[in-house]
Design a protein around this ligand. Structure first.
Ligand SMILES: C[S@@+](CC[C@H](N)C(=O)[O-])C[C@H]1O[C@@H](n2cnc3c(N)ncnc32)[C@H](O)[C@@H]1O
Length: 393
């Protein structure tokens, strides 16, 4: 492909991303994957270049741009070489017309910037939410330790602050390696590893991962429990939960799964009421802490969405509270940095659940935040998380 044709391809993908952001359609990642699937003639170098251009334009526009072309023109304003590719060549973008619409730049929509500032995140923190994320691994200690894993990998990896964590350059095809097929590691952000490690689990205990999804954190719990005891992974989403079993098999992790009905979780978990030594609540949230991976997500959020997630968080925390035995622990995690989806929910929980108290946390990265702990891309180089550990008295 010519460089100009790559620019037009990125504009086409951006148009789809913008339409999906307006209409609640698929994520940018999915749309791009589908776009490439339909054009198998596009080689891997072109794909990488097109994706880079499209994602750079997504990062450059704080609010939803009027069109893909307007978003790309925003980038071109600061990049003469890119502007030069608007040359009207075959498959390339039409020449720039003086006065044509250019998308507004910026980091976040104004209301989100305000919500972030009110949650204690300054401009540098907000900008870093759109950085490019590295690729982090967690050595699967059911099979191998970190040092032995480093020796098995085909490229050099750096140790991270997480006890079993390694970091690789962005774009490393780690999931195509033999060591991945053998279950020697999981791809998992360092922040996610550290948040999960804040739940004190021991081999032999009874542990519930209430919002397990496809089991990213469940597998870390299984490793911490050395596969001894009972580990139950639940979710209301059948498709996500069904992805856990093959992952657990690859990792050699022993996990039971249980599909929940929204609103009937406590009945379906009646045999676990007051029985769990530890419960993990990796609550559904807006994911503001993971924008490094899907920066267009900030165009989709509304204040109503945040309210809806906060209500879901209160609900899952309530369900989780019923499962914890006296003296047992509950870890509340969200991958959002907006207080309405973290610290406020924690305060509301403590006000209505007098039988629980928040315990101090000392993670290897991050800082205390309003009774819990915060990790952020700017401060810690991880995805953004809020987590709090509660103990049932
Ligand atoms: C942040 S995701 C979990 C990610 C997962 N723990 C991981 O590490 O990969 C939140 C999950 O909560 C689930 N969820 C939402 N409402 C729920 C409920 N009432 N009970 C249990 N799970 C729920 C969603 O389906 C979603 O999979």
């Amino acid at each position: 492909m010519t460089p100009a044709a790559r620019v037009q391809a990125a504009i086409d993908i951006l148009d789809q991303v913008i339409a999906a952001a307006r209409g609640g359609g698929a994520s940018a990642d999915r749309l791009a994957a589908e776009w490439f699937r339909q054009r198998r003639f596009v080689g891997s170098k072109d794909r990488r270049a097109i994706r880079e251009l499209a994602w750079a334009a997504i990062r450059a526009c704080g609010d939803i741009p009027p069109s893909g072309r307007a978003a790309m023109l925003r980038l071109a304003q600061a990049d003469g070489a890119l502007a030069g590719l608007f040359d009207g060549s075959t498959y390339g973008p039409a020449a720039i017309v003086p006065g044509e619409p250019v998308a507004q730049g910026g980091v976040l929509p104004a209301w989100l910037a305000q919500a972030m500032a009110a949650s204690g995140l300054d401009e540098a923190e907000q900008a870093a939410l759109l950085d490019r994320a590295p690729l982090d691994l967690r050595a699967n200690t059911l099979k191998i330790d970190r040092e032995a894993l480093m020796a098995r990998l085909p490229v050099a990896a750096e140790r991270t602050a997480a006890p079993h964590g390694l970091r690789l350059p962005l774009g490393t095809p780690a999931e195509s390696w033999e060591a991945f097929g053998e279950g020697l590691f999981e791809v998992q952000d360092t922040g996610s590893q550290l948040a999960c490690a804040a739940l004190p689990v021991q081999p032999g205990q009874s542990v519930v991962d209430l919002c397990a999804g496809a089991g990213g954190k469940t597998l870390a719990l299984a490793a911490a429990m050395e596969n001894r005891g009972r580990l139950l992974a639940c979710d209301i989403d059948r498709a996500r939960l069904s992805r856990l079993a093959p992952r657990a098999e690859r990792a050699g992790a022993l996990v039971e799964t249980r599909l929940l009905d929204p609103g009937r979780e406590a009945q379906i978990l009646s045999d676990w009421q007051g029985q769990a030594d530890a419960v993990l609540v990796d609550a559904p949230c807006s994911g503001t802490g993971t924008w490094r991976r899907n920066p267009e997500a900030r165009w989709r959020l509304t204040p109503k969405t945040i309210e809806r997630y906060a209500a879901m968080q209160a609900h899952v925390l309530d369900v989780a509270a019923g499962l914890v035995r006296p003296g047992g622990s509950l870890l509340f995690i969200t991958c959002s940095l907006i207080d309405a989806e973290g610290a406020d929910g924690l305060a509301a929980f403590l006000a209505t659940h007098r039988g629980f108290r928040a315990e101090p946390i000392e993670a290897l990265l991050g800082r205390p935040h309003r009774g819990g702990w915060r990790l952020s891309p700017h401060h810690d180089g991880t995805d953004g998380f809020f987590f709090a550990r509660l103990v049932r008295l």
